[in-house]
Design a binder for this molecule. Structure first.
Ligand code: HCB
Length: 209
């Protein structure tokens, strides 16, 4: 294969080549790419292309799922490599994809990067009811709650969660993100932070805590 490893990673995500993705990730790391480069220059462009093809009806849901699976496998490996975060915690962050939404690839990346920068992350997963988020935020005494939503139909649930946290008198910062979310929307629903991507999430949380 003479193709650049980034291009091969991208293609593997597009075709949903779960079998070979971990080997490709290792090859990229062996070539000296940083884990974030593997993600940002190989894997994510692949998933973006899948998203474009899905919008144009060129690929269908099973293929998107296969690509998503491939991404998750790749991230499983990257996460291992990125381990070794500083021992002292910079703060406790609760993360969740809101109720009704099962998109979690982006949230998982945010979790990994936060951990990598020394934050303690409690990941509640996807499709998490507001009740549970409020309960856990209260019980754990977290510094920030990061919410993720990828659909216009579910981003409104973030507004609900933020309102519920306030009602419950829980003093914590709130962060929102996910493909459809914008700074304007974050302001509108009273979120303290908006992050366009995982890097920005880390930078903004660091600036706040
Ligand atoms: Co899905 N899906 N999907 N999908 N899907 C989208 C999101 C659409 C935009 C595709 C489209 O139609 N154009 C669309 C939503 C349209 C809309 O509302 N505007 C859509 C739809 C409609 C659906 C279904 C309803 C399809 C159906 O069943 N007919 C269904 C919904 C199921 C449900 O949730 N109830 C569905 C299902 C799926 C899967 C399961 C096949 C799969 C998800 C697998 C998984 O996540 N485990 C999937 C995928 C993969 C996508 C696309 C192709 C990619 C999403 C993704 O992972 N992007 C997406 C197309 C697109 O987004 N253009 C499509 C990559 C990540 C890294 O980006 O934005 O999530 P991100 O995260 C970034 C960033 O936003 C930020 O940091 C991350 C890293 O930099 N960030 C945060 C994210 N969360 C944050 C939280 C914070 O607090 C701070 C920062």
């Amino acid at each position: 294969e003479s193709l650049d490893i980034r291009e091969r990673l991208k293609r593997a995500v597009i075709t949903g080549d779960r079998e070979n993705i971990v080997a490709l990730v290792e090859e990229a790391l062996d070539q000296g790419l940083e884990p974030l480069q593997v993600s940002n220059e190989g894997l994510l462009p692949g998933l973006e292309e899948v998203g474009r093809r899905f919008e144009k009806n060129l690929v269908f849901l099973p293929q998107v799922m296969q690509s998503a699976d491939t991404m998750q496998a790749a991230f499983g490996r990257l996460k291992e490599v990125m381990k070794g975060a500083p021992a002292a915690s910079r703060g406790k962050i609760l993360m969740a994809t809101v109720e009704g939404d099962i998109h979690d690839i982006g949230k998982n990346i945010v979790c990994t990067l936060l951990e990598n920068h020394g934050f303690e992350v409690i990941d509640l997963g996807k499709n998490v009811p507001a009740d549970r988020i409020v309960e856990e935020a209260r019980g754990l005494g977290v510094d920030a709650v990061g919410l993720s939503a990828l659909m216009t139909t579910t981003m409104t649930e973030m507004e609900n969660v933020i309102a519920r946290l306030k009602e419950a008198g829980i003093r914590t910062f709130t962060m929102v993100g996910g493909a459809v979310v914008t700074q304007e929307y974050a302001d509108e629903i009273g979120a303290d932070l908006y992050a366009r991507d995982a890097m920005e999430a880390v930078a903004r949380i660091k600036a706040l805590l």
